[in-house]
Write a protein of this length. Structure first.
Length: 413
């Protein structure tokens, strides 16, 4: 790290690669502290790295506007944490969970795919009408909304490397907006359906603790110790997928002149290995350890992406972004209210699943689960909803979202 004054008499802070990681962690911890103090941030499930990162980005904007301070970051390790996070996500993709949800899960999965398609149509169509580059529709559509902050940062990095500046700041802004909308709209939408059609829960004997235990058990393997040796084994295991998967998909991309995000190879290898091990359990994997590695990697990756935001790049793109977001909110909520509810059965379970879909279609799976918990406290519990939504929102939708976004970027980029 170096501190000096440049020719413009600016105080310049230059952070090396490791110092940039430490700064990102400090900013993340700042977000943790703020979230504990602000109820609004807790209610809307705003991720800790997003809180700290946006506060830092606002401070950096102040520095930029005044011209007093300049901050230079070395993001050499950012992609490594990104790839490790997506590899951990890939390892949650157990296709045997499809059996637990039955036909209702398949229908919900297909409807989620329809929402992703609608978001892409709205985004690209809105970008065209607003005179923006068509790829602007990807970074204001399914990538940040259905995908969340992690997905938005990954695809934004890919787009910026292709020459589409401003993608990162727009993607982060849209993802944050989506979290709030998904949390704000899910409960009222479900409550309106329940009241209008006089729906009642059929799971009178269910308790909230029971469904929370079920959600936790969905992705939890046999308990194993997470001592230092075990953690190193799992990091090596996931890291091997990052290295080999990245290498193989670089070859595939070069061979077929097709661009893949850096995480594609690692996540594909992780999905294949997870499902192979369910058939041939030749080694034991502690899913809780994998999840923890993924959570830490996501925190650092997101924090690094957000502290690097140049918010001043958002000024010229704010109006088209807001127009597309407004269209997204109206059309997607109407689709969930009028179509999804009816296709899912027009019953209490369907209404609660609509609350969940609103959460993860605009934000993330925790938002969807929080919506359903809020509804359940007032109207009763739906066991089906608490089984289906975490599975589809947690990883199954990525089976549609990832290849779809990659295809759109290669088509429009």
């Amino acid at each position: 790290m170096t501190i000096l004054f440049n020719e413009a008499n600016q105080l310049v802070f230059s952070f090396g690669a490791f110092a940039s990681v430490i700064l990102a962690i400090l900013v993340l911890l700042c977000g943790w502290f703020v979230k504990k103090k602000v109820t609004f941030l807790q209610e809307y499930c705003i991720p800790v790295p997003v809180i700290g990162g946006i506060l830092f980005a606002l401070l950096n904007l102040l520095f930029y506007q005044t011209g007093l301070v300049s901050i230079n970051l070395d993001k050499a390790y950012q992609n490594d944490f990104q790839y490790l996070f997506f590899t951990a996500i890939g390892f949650t993709a157990s296709l045997t969970l499809l059996k637990k949800g039955g036909s209702k899960l398949i229908i919900y999965f297909v409807l989620t795919g329809c929402v992703i398609l609608l978001q892409a149509i709205i985004g690209v169509g809105g970008a065209f009408l607003m005179g923006q580059d068509l790829v602007f529709g990807i970074i204001t559509g399914p990538a940040p909304l259905a995908g969340g902050h992690g997905s938005a940062a990954a695809y934004a990095k890919m787009l910026e490397d292709m020459g589409h500046s401003g993608s990162m700041v727009v993607g982060m802004a849209v993802a944050t907006f989506g979290l709030v909308i998904g949390s704000f709209a899910g409960g009222p939408l479900c409550g309106r359906l329940i009241s209008k059609y006089r729906l009642e829960s059929t799971d009178k004997d269910a308790t909230m603790q029971e469904v929370k235990d079920n959600i936790r058990d969905l992705q939890t393997s046999e308990a194993q110790s997470s001592d230092p040796h075990s953690i190193f084994v799992h990091i090596a295991f996931l890291g091997t997928f990052v290295v080999i998967g990245g290498y193989l998909f670089n070859i595939i991309g070069d061979t077929f002149s097709f661009k893949f995000p850096g995480f594609t190879g690692p996540i594909v290898m992780a999905i294949l290995m997870r499902n192979f091990l369910e058939v041939k359990p030749i080694i034991k994997i502690n899913q809780a350890t994998v999840d923890k590695i993924g959570e830490i990697s996501l925190g650092i990756f997101l924090s690094m992406a957000l502290i690097s935001l140049n918010l001043w790049e958002l000024f010229d793109l704010a109006i088209p972004m807001l127009v597309i977001l407004a269209l997204d909110v109206v059309i997607i909520l109407a689709f969930i209210y009028f179509i999804v509810f009816r296709v899912l059965g027009k019953n209490f379970d369907a209404a609660v699943m609509c609350a969940g879909m609103t959460g993860h279609a605009f934000g993330a799976t925790p938002n969807g689960i929080a919506n359903m918990e809020s509804v359940s406290e007032k109207y009763g519990i739906s066991r089906v909803a608490f089984l289906v939504v975490p599975i589809v929102g947690g990883f199954l939708q990525d089976l549609i979202l990832i290849p779809f976004n990659i295809y759109l970027i290669n088509l429009l980029g």
